[in-house]
Ligand binder design. Structure first.
Ligand SMILES: C[S@@+](CC[C@H](N)C(=O)[O-])C[C@H]1O[C@@H](n2cnc3c(N)ncnc32)[C@H](O)[C@@H]1O
Length: 412
């Protein structure tokens, strides 16, 4: 055991300590805090440690607003006040862009949009084993049973105690996804429970849509979410943004660009249920959405139908397999999963040369890797962080990229 002082936070929110021979990452230690630590793992170039006794507290430290903060691995920053969390995320992204893409943003190029720090999530996945139901411990498969989650919406928290009783009684849940919008609740349960018990649960808890082992068992196929002037339906296997409040703000950023640009042909890559594709269709002549999950494309086509939109088409498949067939595109939205764009997609974008690329990313490290290649031909016009995931180290980024020789023309 030894006494240390954290100089700053690393990209995962841990305290970074310079120990001369190596650096040490200390779980839960904030910048300038001093503590007695215990080393848990000795690696070749660094150490991992936890706090045994805090000797000097930072004024960024707050009491975690969650009874499971010390065991549950879901949130890493519950002990840090929200304003400091936002500053941490902005510094982290600037640092990653500079280190991995050699891009140094000017202060007026980057900004951050905040969120309500609690009760913002419209979706949770709980894991079940040996009669337990809960979230997983950090870096472990151990389950932390929970009765509520501080970052989830109330409609989710109202459902958890009944699910705990169901699990106590049946021990049959292996995992369960709960998704909600206003009073609608969707449940997708995997496991082994008799159908009459599930039916009783479904009726007693007024569930809107109930899936069991991948198939719809009771109620509606989808829940519906109004966004701007349209309505979107979403089924259990489709991606949908988890922070309803900031989903609107995220889409507004992208739509502002499209409204100004009024593209003739727009590609929405990794389009999910077609939310941005259909919202963008108002400002573009033709919009094409590409998405790999068949259920999401089914939802997207249904959304096109119910919103009576003509100038949109959807392709079900991998972006990297279809992007090559498009030329003459003036605007591309990309919103890939954490792995970012693959090499083929980056190369295709550089060969299509759309005037504008709106890159929405949930992982700044893969974003930086992709920007390092795209910056050959593109300049960053604006970079916005949207805090979709308060109390965790994650943050969403929106980078507006303009083809180098058209940048000036676009500004006019
Ligand atoms: C971050 S989500 C974005 C969804 C959508 N833009 C939205 O706002 O709801 C990423 C989406 O990419 C899809 N996806 C993942 N890999 C893909 C690939 N190689 N080609 C096409 N879609 C992919 C996922 O199924 C998911 O729906």
């Amino acid at each position: 055991m030894e006494t240390v002082k954290a100089i700053r936070q690393d990209d995962y929110g841990r305290g970074l300590v310079d120990q001369e021979d190596k650096i040490c990452f200390v779980e839960g230690l904030l910048p300038d805090e001093e503590a007695i630590i215990q080393v848990d793992q000795e690696k070749k170039n660094y150490r991992l440690a936890h706090v045994v006794k805090l000797l000097r507290e930072s004024d960024q430290r707050v009491m975690p607003n969650c009874p499971y903060a010390s065991t549950c691995g879901g949130c890493q920053l519950l002990h840090q006040d929200y304003v400091s969390q936002l500053r941490f995320k902005k510094n982290k992204v600037e640092h990653i862009l500079s280190k991995f893409a050699k891009i140094d943003l000017l202060p007026d190029q980057i900004s951050i949009i905040s969120s309500s720090p609690f009760h913002y999530r419209n979706k949770i996945t709980l894991h079940g084993k040996d009669g337990k139901l809960g979230l997983k411990e950090a870096k472990s498969n151990q389950i932390v049973p929970i009765q509520k989650c501080a970052i989830c919406e109330d409609a989710i928290n109202r459902m958890i105690p009944s699910l705990q009783k169901l699990q106590e009684h049946t021990k049959g849940i292996t995992s369960i996804m709960i998704r909600t919008f206003e009073n609608q609740v969707m449940i997708a349960l995997s496991g082994n429970i008799k159908e009459d018990i599930l039916q009783e649960f479904y009726q007693a808890n007024k569930v809107t849509s109930f899936y069991y082992n991948g198939l719809k068992l009771f109620g509606e196929d989808t829940i519906s979410v109004p966004l701007h002037q349209l309505v979107f339906r979403c089924s259990a296997k489709s991606f949908f943004q988890v922070n309803t409040q900031n989903q609107q703000k995220l889409y507004d950023l992208v739509l502002d660009v499209i409204e100004k640009k009024k593209p003739t042909r727009l590609l929405d890559l990794y389009c999910g249920t077609g939310t941005m594709t259909l919202l963008a269709s108002i400002y573009a002549k033709e919009v094409i959405g590409i998405e790999v999950v068949p259920e999401a494309i089914q939802d997207a086509k249904k959304n096109q139908q119910i919103n009576k939109i003509q100038n949109v088409s959807f392709i079900c498949g991998r972006v990297e397999d279809f992007i090559k067939q498009f030329q003459q595109v003036d605007l591309v939205i990309v919103d890939p999963p954490r792995s970012g764009l693959d090499h083929l997609t980056r190369q295709s974008l550089l060969s299509i040369k759309p005037d504008t690329i709106c890159y929405v990313s949930c992982d700044p490290i893969t974003l930086a890797r992709d920007l390092a290649e795209l910056k050959e031909q593109y300049e960053i016009e604006k970079f916005t962080l949207v805090d979709m995931f308060p109390n965790t180290y994650h943050v969403e980024c929106v980078a507006l990229l303009c083809l180098k020789n058209t940048l000036k023309a676009f500004e006019k």
